[in-house]
Write a protein that binds this ligand. Structure first.
Ligand SMILES: CC(C)(COP(=O)(O)OP(=O)(O)OC[C@H]1O[C@@H](n2cnc3c(N)ncnc32)[C@H](O)[C@@H]1OP(=O)(O)O)[C@@H](O)C(=O)NCCC(=O)NCCS
Length: 169
């Protein structure tokens, strides 16, 4: 069994390798500082009974963001005020030895769950993500993320899709 925890000192950040150095460095050098300053929150997936330093299977980070509704598709922008709030999935990564085993999907579902907690307390139109390349874009699209008109590597998962995905899960 595995569980999602807020990143803490007890997690083995040094031992994490997802094959992408910028993502590894974010976890090692930036994630905790960002959390302390309220810039973003990072959540890690660890084995249920792990002891410190707990190996990190995967992680994601979230932050609140502001969006101009005109940057959405016309269908999504309809009836929205000019400025709206959302949640940005800033980072998502799985350790190399655990990739292609459905962990990325588990993390995305957890991120959707966190979105709903925030949505229930303060609203928000959905999750946003910047895909680092076409492969990452295709990865997100299979979960219902849609490209923004001005930049296909920026994707949006509307609240309705999130609610449906979680209801079916
Ligand atoms: C991208 C990443 C988060 C996916 O996590 P994962 O646990 O390996 O993915 P899952 O097992 O949930 O994948 C489910 C399906 O997504 C697809 N998929 C997985 N990785 C993919 C990739 N890199 N590109 C495109 N599709 C991918 C596959 O269809 C896979 O199903 P399959 O294994 O039956 O073919 C992970 O591979 C990773 O950390 N990569 C390095 C960092 C990175 O690229 N992060 C994205 C930041 S924008």
């Amino acid at each position: 069994m595995r569980k999602i925890e807020l990143l803490a000192k007890s997690h083995d950040r040094e031992g994490f390798d997802c094959g992408s150095e910028p993502l590894n460095l974010f976890l090692k050098q930036t994630a905790r500082q960002h959390a302390e300053r309220g810039i973003s929150r990072t959540f890690v997936l660890v084995a249920e009974g792990a002891v410190a330093p707990k190996p990190i299977v995967g992680f994601f980070s979230l932050n609140i963001c502001q969006i101009k509704s005109e940057s959405l598709t016309a269908a999504e922008a309809k009836k929205l005020p000019r400025d709206v709030a959302g949640i940005r999935l800033g980072r998502l990564a799985v350790a190399k030895e655990y990739q292609r085993q459905g962990i990325g999907k588990i993390l995305l579902v957890a991120a959707m769950g966190k979105f709903i907690e925030i949505f229930n307390a303060a609203g928000g139109i959905g999750l946003f993500v910047d895909a680092k390349d076409q492969a990452a874009k295709h990865y997100y699209e299979q979960f219902g993320f849609i490209s923004m008109p001005a930049n296909e590597l920026e994707l949006f998962l509307p609240v309705k899709t999130i609610q449906e995905a979680l209801a079916a899960h």
